[in-house]
Every structure is written in C-alpha cells, then in structure tokens.
Write a protein that binds this ligand. Structure first.
Ligand code: HEC
Length: 136
C-alpha cells in the first residue's frame, strides 16, 4: 500500500514559493538590463497602452501581440526588420506595402493610426520587449 506523507507536499509547496520570490526580481532586472540604451521600462509600459488603445495595433496583432490579421510580434521571426529597436521604429513609421507583405495584407504607415512619431517610439519599445517575455 502507498502511504502519502502530507509533509512532503508542504515542503514542496514552500520550495516553489521560495523559488518564485527569488527569481521574480531577478527577471525584472534582466529585462531592464536587456533594453536598448534609448528605451526605459516606462516607455515599454506607455507603449503597451498605446498598442492596445490609440495605436489600434491590437486590432490586427492581438491584444498581447501574438497576431490576428497581422503577424505574431512575440516570436523571433522578423519579416520586415532586423529585430533591432531602431529598425522596428522605422518599420512602424513606414508600414508594410502590399507588394512586400508576406501575407499580401498591407499595413498602413503607423498602422493607419494617428500616433505621433514620439508615440511610435513608445509603441516600438513595447513591441521590442515582447520577445523578452517569450524567453524562459
Ligand atoms: C490593419 C491591420 C494592422 C494594424 C492596425 C497594424 N498592423 Fe502591423 N502589420 C500588419 C500586417 C498585415 C503586417 C505585415 C504582414 C506580412 O508581411 O505578412 C504588419 C507588420 C508589422 C510589423 C513587422 C513585423 C515583422 O515581422 O517584421 C510590425 C513591427 C508591426 N506590424 C507593428 C504594428 C504596430 C506597432 C501597430 C500599431 C501602431 C500596427 N502594427 C498596426 C497589420 C496591421
């Protein structure tokens, strides 16, 4: 007969909590360290708001950027940039003309939104950061 010892579960549970507490701040620091020089965590946060709001990006790329009509922005594959922050800024400003779109669906400059160039830099900071969240 198998005897279950409840203490084992308690120990395992506490260990998991401890691991969570220890790794959470480290992951946040790692993300801040990995940001490009001109990008701050505050820009990423503001960019997220614009992505889901005034930028209307979420309508085509999904609320979390994983893609709908427009491509997944959280994966490692960049169709129209080299994945660097500046190249993502340029891509959003320029949009994707139909003749260079992989899916044949075009994206208007700034996604057709009324974002200012400064706001595009914020939204690009958020897009750039999406890949970090995918990392383990
Ligand atoms: C009307 C739908 C639509 C909207 C709105 C839209 N996009 Fe796009 N986006 C697309 C499509 C379609 C592509 C190119 C797909 C292809 O090549 O197959 C694209 C491509 C991109 C790319 C290039 C991806 C790559 O792999 O290189 C980025 C970055 C991007 N969009 C960001 C944004 C941001 C930021 C916004 C909001 C300001 C936005 N998009 C709004 C449809 C949209």
């Amino acid at each position: 007969m198998i005897r279950i010892r409840p203490t084992r579960f308690v120990v395992a549970g506490s260990l998991l909590t401890l691991i969570g507490v220890l790794t959470a701040p480290t992951m946040l620091e790692a993300q801040a360290d990995a940001l490009p020089d001109s990008v701050t965590p505050a820009m990423v946060a503001e960019g997220a708001t614009l992505f889901q709001g005034a930028g209307i990006c979420a309508a085509c790329h999904g609320p979390d950027g994983t893609g709908l009509t427009g491509p997944d922005l959280t994966d490692d594959e960049w169709l129209h940039s080299d994945g660097s922050y500046e190249s993502i800024v340029e891509r959003i400003l320029a949009g994707v003309p139909a003749d260079s779109s992989k899916s044949g669906i075009p994206m208007l400059p700034k996604g057709g939104s009324q974002l200012t160039d400064a706001q595009v830099r914020l939204v690009a900071a958020y897009v750039w950061s999406l890949r970090l969240e995918e990392a383990p």
